[in-house]
Write a protein that binds this ligand. Structure first.
Ligand code: THU
Length: 173
C-alpha cells in the first residue's frame, strides 16, 4: 500500500500492509463434508428468497456450534429499505431462536434471475458489520464461505472481510 503526502523523514508516519488469508476452491467436493452440507443448505435457502424487485435470490446458511443450521434468504419490500439481506435474516433468526449459541460458519450464495453467479457472493457492508458484532460477542471466529459456480472462497473469520471494524462508541481508545 502506498502512502502519499508524507515524507519518509516524517517520524509520525509508518507504512503498514494488511494481508488477508483465505482458501479458494473450484468445487465444493474439495471441501469438508460439513462445509458441503452447509453449501447445500445455502443453495436450498435461495428458495425462500422474496425478491420481486431485484430478481436476485440470495441464500444463506449458518451453522451453529450445536450443529443446527439456520437458513436465511433475502426479503424485499415495495418500500425498498424495509427489505433485508439473506445473511442478516439468517443471523438474526439464529440469535433470536438460539441466543448465546456460537455461530460457527456462514455460507452465502446468490443467483441472478435463477442463474447462480459465477463469482462468489459478496456480503454487503451492513451484513459484515452485523457478522463482526456477533463474532466479537461470542469471542470465537465466525467463518465465512462465499459460493460461486466457478469458485468458492472460505475466510477464517470476519476480520478477513471487514478490517478496522467499528465496534465501540468509546472515543480515543
Ligand atoms: N442482498 C443480500 O441478500 N445479501 C447481500 O449481501 C447483498 C444483497 C440482497 C438484497 C436485495 O434483496 C438483493 O440482494 C439485491 O440487492
Amino acid at each position: 500500500m502506498h502512502s502519499r503526502g508524507y515524507s519518509s523523514r516524517d517520524k509520525e508516519m509508518s507504512a503498514k500492509r494488511l494481508t488477508i488469508d483465505y482458501e479458494e476452491f473450484t468445487s465444493a467436493v474439495q471441501m469438508s463434508a460439513e462445509d458441503q452440507e452447509l453449501i447445500a443448505n445455502a443453495l436450498e435457502a435461495q428458495k425462500g428468497s422474496y425478491s420481486p424487485y431485484s430478481h436476485f435470490q440470495v441464500g444463506a446458511a449458518l451453522r451453529l456450534e450445536n450443529g443446527i443450521i439456520v437458513k436465511g434468504a433475502n426479503q424485499e419490500n415495495v418500500a425498498y429499505p424495509s427489505g433485508l439481506c439473506a445473511e442478516r435474516t439468517a443471523m438474526f433468526a439464529a440469535s433470536a431462536n438460539y441466543p448465546g449459541v456460537v455461530m460457527d460458519t456462514l455460507a452465502i450464495v446468490g443467483s441472478d434471475k435463477g442463474k447462480m453467479c459465477e463469482s462468489p457472493a459478496s456480503p454487503c457492508g451492513a451484513c459484515r458489520q452485523v457478522m463482526a458484532e456477533y463474532q466479537k460477542k461470542q469471542g470465537r471466529p465466525l467463518k465465512i464461505i462465499l459460493i460461486g459456480s466457478k469458485r468458492i472462497r472460505k475466510f477464517p473469520n470476519v476480520d478477513s472481510v471487514l478490517p478496522f471494524i467499528f465496534d465501540s462508541l468509546k472515543i480515543g481508545e
